[in-house]
Design a binder for this molecule. Structure first.
Ligand code: SF4
Length: 383
């Protein structure tokens, strides 16, 4: 199986929506947003349009940050109660044939390459189970699609019996390939476009990831395949965070219209130091990241909002109560990192090194309950 051929899309894809929203034109629109549009967006709390989202991330919304924080928190409590889900990443491999400029797994970095075999995966599972983890996110670099699907299928066989939810953050696959993996118990797939702007080609010069539109169509393929959860986002720091996030919001609206059965999740990966020494050209400040998180919640009250260990303990403690509903803790970003830590193999350095239990305690001090499990694989079994 490879890129789509036999399967014809039944619905118009996001590519068409994207074509109607040129980057430069959206940038000009963003620059013109004033107070009236921000107030209108605030009045539609929880049920906004992509245009409302654009107003909420605009410079014109910056004086409204406190009002936005109250609103976002109230919407989150109404929809999710006082709960925050806990998951951990499980890195299976650092092999990659791409050379994304910002990533420690780039093929240009001279690090040993590893793919965990069954025994090594079982060692990781044992450590994670000992930590009380019930939800994992499998992570790999990009390798040849055929080998990847074979390996991921095997890995799901090894891993799914031990966890309530198993999701993936791996290379984009075809609809048929996703369907194979969903049958094996795959719950969710995270796929970030990184940037929707014209600089995409500069950051992704080689390999399959250089194909912007194959990546852009991934969420549609996932929706058609019927996956339970689709995770979206932009890599913060590559280009204008306001515009990149606007396109993610546009994609959210598209997916909700066409694949309403799938739950949507948004992540906020802010660039962290990695091998290769990449420096983000558009760093995102703490204040702007807060504005972005609040904007997503006010735009759409149903979204899962996820904040990883890329962020500092202090930042996470302040921001999680305002709208975040999913976190990781004690993460390792190298294959085999729980049983045999080796920072030389890390994809990036984490910032919050607290264990899941320490995090649970910190959340409890804020009046929040850690949700280790809210799904049983039995629910996903075909009838
Ligand atoms: S971001 Fe993904 S595709 Fe790019 S080099 Fe890293 S692992 Fe490979």
């Amino acid at each position: 199986m490879g890129k789509e051929s036999a399967i014809k899309p039944l619905e118009p894809g996001f590519e068409q929506v994207f074509a109607q929203h040129p980057w430069a034109q959206m940038g000009a629109k963003l620059a013109q947003i004033g107070e009236a549009q921000v107030k209108k967006a605030l009045s539609r709390a929880g049920q906004g349009s992509p245009a409302d989202f654009m107003a909420l991330v605009s410079p014109a919304a910056e004086p409204y940050l406190e009002e936005m924080a109250h609103l976002a928190q109230a919407l989150t409590r109404k929809r999710f109660g006082k709960t925050v889900q806990m998951y951990l990443p499980l890195y299976l491999s650092n092999e990659c044939h791409n050379s994304c400029l910002y990533c420690g797994f780039s093929k240009d970095n001279p690090v040993p390459r590893i793919r965990l075999d069954q025994k090594a995966v079982e060692q990781e599972i044992a450590v994670l189970k000992g930590m009380g983890v019930c939800q994992v996110l499998l992570v790999t670099g990009d390798f040849s699609a055929k080998r990847a699907v074979e390996y991921l299928g095997q890995a799901l066989d090894w891993i799914t019996p031990h966890f309530a939810q198993v999701s993936m953050e791996v290379q984009p696959l075809s609809q048929a390939e996703y369907q194979v993996l969903i049958k094996k118990g795959l719950h969710g797939v995270m796929v970030y476009q990184e940037t929707y702007g014209p600089q995409y080609a500069k950051f992704h010069p080689h390999g399959s990831k250089a194909d912007f539109f194959w990546r852009l169509g991934t969420a549609d393929r996932l929706g058609r395949a019927g996956v339970h959860k689709i995770g979206l986002g932009a890599l913060l720091g590559l280009d204008d965070w306001r515009l990149d996030s606007f396109y993610t919001a546009l994609l959210v609206s598209h997916l909700e219209k066409h694949y309403w059965q799938s739950k949507l999740s948004i992540s906020f990966p802010r660039l962290r130091p990695a091998k290769g020494g990449f420096q983000p050209e558009h760093p995102v400040s703490d204040r702007h990241l807060v504005q972005l998180i609040l904007a997503y919640r006010i735009f759409n009250e149903n979204l899962e909002l996820s904040l990883s260990t890329r962020e500092s303990p202090d930042f996470r403690d302040q921001v999680i109560p305002l709208g975040i509903t999913s976190i990781s803790a004690g993460s390792k970003t190298e294959p085999g990192g729980y049983a045999n830590p080796n920072t030389q193999l890390e994809q990036f350095e984490i910032h919050d090194a607290r264990s899941p239990q320490a995090m649970e305690k910190a959340l409890a001090q804020k009046g929040l309950e850690t949700l280790w499990k809210d799904w049983d694989p039995h629910f996903g079994k075909p009838q």
